[in-house]
Write a protein of this length. Structure first.
Length: 129
């Protein structure tokens, strides 16, 4: 008998409902809890309510943009170690550099490959064991 895979919780922050639905459906098939919010302010509330194991964060959001959310998460003593991957259509090198400076752990460009995202999540999930 294989040991149970530990519970894994993702916070997905994206203002596009289609992206939220697609990513949530794809990852929940793998037994992962995905909580979705459409903006930066709700992202901060949700992350503080129950710390995620991974944040997937768009850059272009209403109100607080992804860079600001990333900086706020990194400044929070409870959340500062949570991996944050930007999931965005912003492909310029300057955007990648801004994400790195804000504290992002990585960068996934839209349109993304489902297998790429599933591998990332699987690797982070295994690392928690």
């Amino acid at each position: 008998m294989r040991p149970a895979v530990p519970h894994f919780r993702i916070l997905l922050v994206d203002d596009e409902p289609v992206i939220r639905e697609l990513v949530q459906a794809m990852l929940e098939e793998d037994g992962i809890e995905v909580r979705c919010v459409p903006d930066g302010a709700q992202a901060m509330k949700e992350a503080r309510r129950q710390a995620p194991h991974l944040v997937l964060l768009d850059i272009v959001l209403p109100g607080l943009d992804g860079f600001a959310v990333c900086r706020l998460l990194r400044a929070d003593p409870v959340l500062r170690e949570v991996p944050i991957f930007m999931l965005t259509a912003k492909v310029r090198q300057a955007d990648r550099e801004s994400a790195r400076k804000a504290g992002a752990s990585g960068y996934i460009e839209k349109p993304f490959k489902a297998q790429e995202l599933q591998k990332l999540v699987g690797d982070l999930r295994k690392a928690r064991r």
